[in-house]
Every structure is written in structure tokens, then in C-alpha cells.
Design a binder for this molecule. Structure first.
Ligand SMILES: CC(C)(COP(=O)(O)OP(=O)(O)OC[C@H]1O[C@@H](n2cnc3c(N)ncnc32)[C@H](O)[C@@H]1OP(=O)(O)O)[C@@H](O)C(=O)NCCC(=O)NCCS
Length: 183
């Protein structure tokens, strides 16, 4: 019996997006499946691929999505293109509970599209639901891009002053021969 000739199956084509359609920007709580993209995104900024570090950050900030700790990602057409991490901290530095933003990154190819502003705005909305009314951050004085960004979002110099010291050059208090602190 001669086999039926197999016909090539018609190729299913996805409908092309309408010309000029805007990519869809969303902000949501991070998921475990986002972490490879987060590690890659961080590496574009820092030049370091810190997978173990990011797993620790995910464990600490990633599982809640509500409450004091927040780790949010922005997606453009379902692809992770940015993230922000923050936490409400109680009574640190003698201050009433306030929201801290620890890290924010947007993929270089997705910058200046409003992604960073959306991430920060969602973080602020979640902090306000926690009842705090102040947002704080700490940035490098050499990072003028972050300074411009935070200023544009309404952040101004606060009253806390960062202090630091080189521990290698630290001279310990005098100790006696047994290593006990001198009285
Ligand atoms: C800072 C950063 C988060 C901004 O993200 P973004 O998505 O490009 O920001 P937005 O598009 O929402 O811009 C918001 C505002 O920020 C300011 N801004 C953004 N990019 C800027 C730039 N290149 N130069 C000057 N101002 C800029 C503008 O005022 C802008 O408002 P406008 O568009 O009305 O002018 C992004 O550039 C980034 O990830 N940079 C690296 C961050 C970093 O160093 N992280 C490591 C330490 S946490």
C-alpha cells in the first residue's frame, strides 16, 4: 500500500503586534523564576555574576510580597527589565519606622521609559499601606545617574549623615599583656 503523501502542516503564525503598539509595563512581586534575569540584570550594572548573593536576597525579601519587605520586578511584555528592593525598618538610627530603598536597577535597553519611576511608585504605595510616611535611601556620591533619578522622584538630602572608617587603620583601645582591656 502506498503511504499517503504527508502534507506540510500549515505554519501557525502569531499575529504580529499592531504597528506602533506600546510594550506593556507591569510591576509585581518577584518570583523564583525571575531570579536568573535579575542576576543577569545586576551583572550588566556591576559586571559581577553574583548568583549566590541574589538567592540570599530572594530568601530574605522575595517571599512576602506584602508587608515590611519588598522585592519587586518590572516586566516589559512579560520580560524582566528592572527591579527594586526595599524594607520598612523600625526605630533604626533613632527614627520612627520608615521605608528604605536598598537597590534599584533598570536594564540599560529599557531605561528612560518610565520603568524606574513605576518601580519606585509601587514600592512607595506598598510602604504607605504599611503605615510609613518617609522614604530613605543611601547612594554613592559618585553615582550622578541615581542622584538625578531620585531627585526627579522627589527625594532630597535628609538629616542623617553617613559615617565610615577604614578598619584596617583602626587603632584598638589599649589592652594589657593578657589581651584584657585596660581598666
Ligand atoms: C537610575 C535608573 C533606575 C533610572 O531608571 P529609568 O527607568 O531609566 O528611569 P525613568 O525612565 O523612570 O526616569 C525617571 C526620571 O529619572 C531621571 N533620569 C533617568 N535617567 C536619566 C539620565 N540618564 N540622566 C538624567 N536624568 C535621568 C529623569 O528626571 C527622569 O524623568 P524624565 O523622563 O521625566 O526626564 C536606571 O538608570 C538604572 O538602573 N541605573 C543604574 C542604577 C544603579 O547604579 N544601581 C546600582 C546601585 S542601587
Amino acid at each position: 500500500m502506498t503511504p499517503e503523501p504527508t502534507r506540510p502542516r500549515p505554519r501557525v503564525r502569531r499575529p504580529a503586534p499592531p504597528a506602533g503598539a506600546e510594550p506593556v509595563l507591569r510591576v509585581r512581586t518577584v518570583r523564583a523564576s525571575d531570579m536568573a534575569a535579575v542576576v543577569a540584570l545586576d551583572a550588566t550594572v556591576t559586571g559581577l555574576h553574583k548568583a549566590a548573593y541574589w538567592q540570599r536576597v530572594f530568601k530574605r525579601y522575595g517571599h512576602h510580597g506584602v508587608g515590611m519587605r519588598q522585592f519587586l520586578v518590572a516586566t516589559l511584555d512579560e520580560q524582566v527589565c528592572g527591579f527594586v528592593i526595599g524594607e520598612v525598618r523600625d526605630w533604626e538610627f533613632g527614627a520612627p519606622p520608615c521605608g528604605w530603598v536598598f537597590g534599584i536597577d533598570v536594564m540599560p535597553s529599557a531605561r528612560q521609559l518610565g520603568v524606574g519611576a513605576r518601580l519606585l511608585s509601587e514600592l512607595i504605595a506598598r510602604f504607605r499601606r504599611e503605615g510609613v510616611d518617609t522614604l530613605r535611601t543611601m547612594i554613592s556620591s559618585r553615582n550622578s545617574l541615581l542622584q538625578s533619578f531620585f531627585r526627579s522622584q522627589g527625594m532630597r538630602a535628609g538629616h542623617l549623615l553617613p559615617l565610615e572608617m577604614d578598619l584596617g587603620a583602626f587603632a584598638p583601645a589599649a589592652a594589657d599583656a593578657d589581651g584584657e582591656d585596660a581598666a
